[in-house]
Design a protein around this ligand. Structure first.
Ligand SMILES: [Zn+2]
Length: 197
């Protein structure tokens, strides 16, 4: 699985130009390889049906195929990254039931997302601060927040603002998906998060 732009034309252009590097061997580039199955993603404005493109590594020794998942998604989550993000942003501001009602998500699901955030908050904060510094060398470290989870959310905010300034505006949670290989909430992620060069 590889997180790519939500714009199909951008993905096709990236495939054609050999700009998508295989996440398995990390040296081959991906060519187009049909489409993946249809999946439904719950967004803030209703259910969206996606049929992600698939890519296949051109390296003869690899030939791995990967689902090219649009960055509006997180891996293995039926809710859009922005919906999950909104639930995480309200940590310490409103309870999980209230956040769930506001977002149209079962409260228990919001609680699960928040627990996952809390259980790896230090990792998440360190990861996004590392990216923030790579994107903007003059960046001041953010002030400490009330909790590790709030520190993690603050680091995500600092990093995604720096990314939007540098690369052009896009939803912060699309950056989050791209910068965690879709695995922000995965505890035992088999795909390591991308690191700055
Ligand atoms: Zn490969």
């Amino acid at each position: 699985m590889l997180i790519v732009s939500d714009g199909r034309a951008v993905v096709e252009a990236d495939l054609a130009a050999g700009r998508l590097v295989c996440p398995r061997c990390r040296s081959g580039v991906l060519g187009g390889w049909g489409c993946s199955r249809v999946r439904e993603v719950r967004t803030g404005s209703g259910v969206r049906r996606l049929r992600p493109r698939r890519g296949r590594c051109r390296a003869r020794s690899c030939r791995a195929t990967h689902v090219l998942l649009p960055d509006v998604c997180l891996s293995r989550r039926r809710y859009a990254a922005a919906v999950i993000g909104a639930a995480l942003l309200s940590v310490g501001v409103e309870g999980y039931r209230r956040a769930g009602e506001r977002l149209g998500v079962p409260g228990e699901t919001v609680r699960d997302w928040r627990r996952r955030l809390g259980s790896r908050a230090e990792l998440i904060a360190a990861h996004f601060l590392r990216w923030a510094r790579a994107l903007d060398g003059s960046l001041d470290p953010p002030a400490a927040q009330r909790s590790p989870a709030a520190d993690a959310v603050e680091a995500i905010g600092v990093c995604t603002r720096a990314a939007s300034l540098l690369f052009g505006r896009q939803s912060p949670w699309s950056w989050v998906s791209a910068l965690t290989a879709g695995g922000l909430l995965e505890i035992n992620t088999s795909t390591p998060w991308p690191v700055p060069e």
